[in-house]
Design a protein around this ligand. Sequence first.
Ligand code: NDP
Length: 245
Amino acid sequence: MLDYRAGKDLLINKTILVTGAGDGIGKAAAIEFAKFGATVILLGKTVKKLENVYDIIVNAGYPTPAIVPLDLKGATEQHYKDMADTIAEQFGHLDGLLHNASQLGALGPFEHIDLTSLEDIMKVNVTAQVLLTKALLPIMRKAPSGSIIFTSSGVGRQGKAYWGPYAFSKFATEGMMQVLAHECDGTSIRVNSINPGATRTEMRAKAYPGEDPMSLKAAEDIMPTYLFLMGEDSVNTNGAQLNAQ
Ligand code: NDP
């Protein structure tokens, strides 16, 4: 999908929430969505990083974003409900949701999987996505058309030795996408997943410490697929598993 070219007004008047918007792929996606006209809600853990993305967007003259500091590990169902109420009050509806934040955890043999780490990863990578989606669906139904994007991984489509809980969580993400996409068939909401592919970020460097980061695509390079799924060109795409590279 690297050759998709979006019209410059693709996301005008759209409100889009991006999780993990402070760094890596989420940061690039938030800035890209704003560049194409969207008002972006920046959700993430580290406030300083979110403020930096906010400044980049405002200084570029794009629509003023909103910041939601939230640690997905500790968030409760009530946090998500309150957030949905605030978005409804401020924006009326939500057009797009990019589930991007994830934790890698420790990689290693199956027998070394640690229960606490397993539960933490499933909470951030799976449970948080369920609760956030559940809370936001009612305000996404109010949008003329809504797009939900889940972020997968190569190891969420084909299991690989030593990838442990991170891989399990990505299979769960693909399953969640398919269940929800099927439920949304024929409605105004479409639900799809993206495998970003090897991308130069902190997470990738942690997984492959010996790799030359400059041999990888930058997060900015893989944005065409994100734009395609967020904009109206994908209005008939539902339940698809796309690759960004
Ligand atoms: P990064 O680790 O670079 O960025 C992850 C972002 O998620 C950060 O902004 C981080 O916030 C946020 N985040 C992590 N944990 C939480 C939490 N508990 N609560 C709120 N926010 C949180 O990852 P990438 O940009 O590389 O990855 C983005 C997505 O793409 C992930 O889903 C990843 O699995 C997937 N992916 C990435 C690939 C790659 O090669 N980079 C390949 C395949 C899939 P903070 O910085 O504040 O901690």
